[in-house]
Design a protein around this ligand. Structure first.
Ligand SMILES: [Zn+2]
Ligand SMILES: [Zn+2]
Length: 363
């Protein structure tokens, strides 16, 4: 079986039904799979999904504290900007354009580390990046880890139910996962450690990385604005972590064909360009499916792309050494320039009357 079809752990309800079509689980099946995959007491190989949702749960009290104890309008504005724009844009830059698509290169590991830890770390790189390759290869077909035709819950809980790496890869398959992850700087397991822990990421390094990241940012925000600011931002980060899990369902038309002429130029899958994710995070998803390796997805004048501005800025200061930009290609392929003709008039004379008449000549 091709690597792309076996790299993810198939859910108990399968990718396909007996007819080869998408297996659509009931909500009960989805929840049952979800809780079984979070159960670290049943199997310690569930540690990464457990940790992933554990982090969301851990952040919830901060939101609660902000709302009921430290609420202020300024705090609300900061929380809104942080959860929507800062976390969203960082997600596009780091997980999507860098870790998955390698759309740009850092000059050195310092700038990679800097960018990786620019916000609170909540999503494990491997959960996002490896499954996202499958999403591109199998978009809107069985096996797509967040196939929107499977429904909202199918996508919302995908990071536990459909995105973790297959635990039964042979060494060759596991090495291919390492190839997909090597530029991210994530400390990866050896094959023997993978057999023990079921993940690519090394558990010790992953936990240490998150604890250090959270401790650093909590200290910074606490020093800048006391417990009120720290709670506003940590709560906002938790809010984002839940909100971002709704994106994949909506970014592919909620299981329907919502593509519009002149806006969604890519017709190979159901992805759509949506205004809000585009404006706050540079996620012009239909454009992105056209040119996945481009460090820019906002091609048209109104398609602002905050993730691209960061990458471009980093390139200008020398922190990014190389990037792909498909804007020109997009215009060449999809936006047909009107044919330029210049029209000039020049006097001519009628051969019979000898009077001057005017004719037009297209040059
Ligand atoms: Zn997509
Ligand atoms: Zn992508």
């Amino acid at each position: 079986m091709a690597f792309i079809h076996e790299v993810l752990q198939e859910p108990s309800y399968g990718w396909k039904n007996a007819d080869g079509e998408l297996s659509k689980p009931t909500p009960k099946q989805i929840f049952s799979e979800f809780f079984s995959r979070l159960n670290v007491f049943k199997d310690k190989k569930n540690w990464l999904s457990f940790m992933s949702w554990g982090m969301v749960l851990f952040l919830a009290p901060f939101l609660f504290l902000f709302v009921f104890k430290y609420f202020s309008v300024t705090g609300l504005i900061i929380a809104f900007v942080y959860s929507m724009m800062v976390m969203g844009t960082h997600g596009t830059i780091w997980y999507h354009r860098y870790c998955t698509h390698g759309a740009f290169k850092f000059r050195n590991n310092f700038w990679r580390f800097f960018t990786q830890n620019l916000t609170l770390k909540i999503i494990p790189e491997e959960i996002y990046a490896i499954s996202h390759h499958v999403h591109h290869a199998l978009s809107d077909t069985p096996g797509d880890p967040y196939n929107a035709q499977g429904g909202f819950l199918y996508c919302f809980l995908a990071d536990a139910n459909h995105q973790p790496v297959n635990r039964n890869l042979d060494e060759k398959g596991y090495n291919r996962c390492l190839t997909l992850m090597k530029h991210t700087g994530v400390t990866c397991n050896t094959y023997a450690q993978y057999k023990k822990w079921g993940s690519v990421a090394n558990p010790f390094h992953m936990v240490l990385g998150v604890v250090a990241n959270w401790a650093f940012w909590f200290t910074v925000f606490y020093l800048l604005g006391g417990p009120g600011l720290a709670c506003a931002i940590f709560g906002a980060a938790g809010f984002w972590a839940v909100g971002v899990r709704t994106f994949n369902y909506e970014g592919h038309g909620k299981g329907e064909d919502k593509r519009r002429d002149g806006i969604d130029h890519n017709r190979k899958d159901m992805s759509v360009n949506q205004l809000w994710p585009g404006i706050v995070a540079g996620e012009w998803h239909n454009n992105h499916h056209l040119y996945p390796k481009s460090a820019r997805s906002g091609f048209k004048p109104h398609q602002v792309d905050s993730a691209w501005y960061y990458i471009k800025f980093m390139s200008m200061i020398g922190a990014v050494s190389h990037y792909h930009d498909s804007k020109k290609q997009f215009y060449k392929d999809y936006i047909k320039e009107p044919v330029k003709v210049s029209v000039a008039s020049k006097p001519v004379f009628c051969p019979t009357t000898g009077k001057q008449i005017f004719a037009t000549e297209v040059i």
